[in-house]
Design a binder for this molecule. Structure first.
Ligand SMILES: C[S@@+](CC[C@H](N)C(=O)[O-])C[C@H]1O[C@@H](n2cnc3c(N)ncnc32)[C@H](O)[C@@H]1O
Length: 192
């Protein structure tokens, strides 16, 4: 009997260690993939996120897009705390994508269609529906994305970036009150 109990515990420990290892490997590979695609998975601090949405003036008429949505925290905040009509996130990397899905599933308003999360490269996304775009990416990725934003966004759409500006664009406002700076742009007369 003692032998069987010890064996059972041993198998249990092996399974637990294997599961933890698998999780760490997936996380590690997912992080490498994020870096490879252009920006690491570093969720925006909540205070900065809130400021981004305030600066954009997110409200009930808005459809917010988060390009590279990480764990989906800005999507939830936009719908729950700012009453956005819809929030749509695109995330290329499996680990943050699953985290965002789980987070949205656990929150009931997400289930009635106000939050959508897709595992997609942000360069393949149709931006037609967006009224606000939030970005927490690298300077290099912003530089590449700039052309797509200008080409596809409707006039007047607000674009908010955290930590890095979009070089060459004229901002409507800049906020320095959070942990790092935030820029607000409006899709009209963007070039300096
Ligand atoms: C700095 S995190 C920001 C996450 C989230 N927007 C936030 O503010 O908490 C950048 C995210 O962009 C994702 N990402 C990087 N390149 C991408 C691409 N080409 N398409 C979609 N997502 C991408 C990364 O996997 C990462 O989760």
């Amino acid at each position: 009997m003692i032998f069987l109990t010890v064996l059972f515990l041993f198998v249990l420990i092996i399974l637990a260690v294997t599961a933890i290892d698998a999780f760490l490997v997936i996380r590690f590979l997912s992080d490498i993939y994020s870096d490879f695609k252009g920006a690491p998975f570093v969720p925006v601090p909540y205070g900065v996120g809130r400021k981004m949405l305030e600066l954009a003036g997110v409200g009930p008429d808005d459809v917010l897009f988060d390009l590279g949505c990480g764990d989906g925290r800005l999507l939830l905040m936009a719908v729950r705390d700012f009453g956005a009509r819809r929030a749509v996130g695109y995330e290329v990397s499996p680990f943050p994508y699953l985290k965002a899905l789980l987070r949205a599933m656990l929150w009931k308003k997400a289930r009635n269609g106000r939050i959508k999360i897709y595992r997609r490269d942000l360069f393949s996304v149709d931006l037609d529906q967006a009224t606000v775009v939030v970005l927490y990416l690298t300077e290099k990725l912003l530089e590449r994305l700039k052309i797509k934003l200008q080409k596809e966004l409707k006039p007047g759409v607000r674009i908010v970036t955290a930590r890095y500006p979009i070089n060459g664009w004229r901002e409507e406002e800049k906020d320095n009150s959070a942990q790092f700076p935030i820029w607000l742009y409006r899709n009209r007369n963007l070039e300096k």
